[in-house]
Design a protein around this ligand. Sequence first.
Ligand code: K7E
Ligand code: CUA
Length: 680
Amino acid sequence: MRKTNRSVALALSLSAGPLLLGACNEGPGGSGSGAAAGSSLGELLKARGLSEADAVAALKTYTPTGKKDEYLLFASGGHGGNLIVIGVPSMRILKYVGVFTPEPWQGYGFDDGSKAVLKGGQRNGKDITWGDMHHPALSETAGDYDGQFIFVNDKASPRVAVINLKDFTTVQIVTSNVLQSEHGATFVTPNTDYVIEGSQYPAPLGGKYADIDKFNDEYRGAGVFWKFDRQKGRIDREQSFAVEFPPYMQDLADAGKLASDGWAFFNSINTERATGGNMEGKPSLESGASQSDMDYLHVVNWKKAEEVFKAGKAEQIGDMKVIRLQTAIEEGILYFIPEPKSPHGVDVTPDGQEIVVGGKLDTHTTIYSIDKIKQLIADKKFQGKDPYGVPILPFQDSIRGQCEIGLGPLHTQFDGQGNAYTSVFIESKVAKWSLKDLKVIEKISTHYNIGHLSAAEGDTVSPDGKYLVAMNKWAIDRFADVGPLLPQNFQLIDLTSQKLQLLYDMPLPLGEPHYAQMIKADKIKSIDVYKPIGTDPVTHQKDPTATEGGKERIERQNDGVHVYMSAVRSHFTPDIVRVKEGEMVHFHITNVEQAKDATHGFAIGSYNINLSLEPGKHANVSFLADKPGVYPLYCTEFCSALHLEMAGYFLVEPKGEGTAKPTAAATKPAAAKPSPAKTK
Ligand code: K7E
Ligand code: CUA
């Protein structure tokens, strides 16, 4: 290569291996290493029509076999209702975690334990088989990600899930009928004392009915504060409460930290209280809701709310204790500050001093100061009250200033070096701006219609900078054609280069993901195998029905047939199970292996059963054997050379065909022979 372009030289010095360097030094004519012509960097670039900047980008993301990513991006799976784990900078998908929807690969929603978790998310007794996941929130200690848990929300059927990052397993889903939809979720307080869930579309609290013409009087919003018990790794319903809001459409939320610890912030839109009704002689919601110049930032003193709740001043509404609006006003829990037209994102700066709001129909981000807010409250300096009596702080006195961003600023992240990054939806750009003088430094194009963006630890007290992922809703002309439904496009941007540099486009072929959080990978201390053998992944305790090797058995009890089964390469014991039509069957299956990645599946077709048994894991599945027949059972993970032989039969004898031989009820299984083919 003749030109020693600076950026290529830089990239090579960063991470090129010796082969590439050699090829480069020799130039296009060199034959040196004997590599085929076309494998030198210069020739490759030419042959593939790549620029040198492309090569730099490639070297910054390429992660050779065996090398691991520096960061993990936890992205919402949108309508898919699952959580997606992506390595950064390689942008390789590492895992889908089933959350609000069954995930067959993980057996999630198929074994009794995970079915019970999903059942926690039933609404009005109905199973919900999708989720509109928006905002994942990693657990925090002192405002920094601690890598222990992650929470996610479902906007459509207001639900919050807890995922244990020890094994990336959903362990709890909670819901309250106080809300009928939500959006400002999930956001955690700095020590994960509370998981915040803010409503979106107002409705009567507690799931009651009221006609839409009673909107102003009967419809309400609310902020739910779910208490998290870190010791138990569960949300504690009894210690959770809500604060009632007027019937505006609350939007995103964020918890204060450091200087603003103890406070929570919720945006709102539609303070006009438009209800739509375009077939009833009224303007559509869209035009009705964008009349006023200002909506209200809701400023909530949650520490005060916690005291008021603990003092017994909350009222039971539906299934939750609610601090009524009047109480919230009297006790100094709720204040409003005007915010420009149809705001969307609200993001607290790393030092907790300021709150950045992006106005979709405004060209600015507005930077509120918590010190000013506190002072105004202390001085009772209000500009008036809203129609429900909530005190309104004066706008100009609450802000430090505004930054002229461009058309459609949405969400903001930080790099810990005094810079903020705001997604600019209408312009399809990321704007980098200075928190110091509130001036835009640089913009970079995204493709297209960027929603959220996620910088490395970019919403904590100590952001890392380095990488930023633009989460784009449209992907026109970016990928090979796959029909009219296009993937989402995640674009990785380098924050360390002189100018912002786009490194990689990653299609995400799932629901619209909205938000993601990026954590340093070494903060996640996940387990390799379940210990002790027979562990229930929901409780992380040994399951009482765990099967020990050598103690496999089939027992007929009052509630049906219990099959205590073990799985090991490459057989199930027992491998023949006979039951009678109409019997309840309870499989208790333990993977007795402790070798890393030695996962077995357990499938019975036609009965809709597919379990995933990671090493050491125990799973139960109970079902009615209501269809007589012969059902092969088998392992669904190619676990060894004799994986195909890891099979057996589930025999359901028709009623009235004599007595089903209760399989070896008291018989010992044949001594398990060591498998001839342990490939792992
Ligand atoms: Cu899509 Cu955070 Cu739900 Cu903005 S939200 S884009
Ligand atoms: Cu076990 Cu295949």
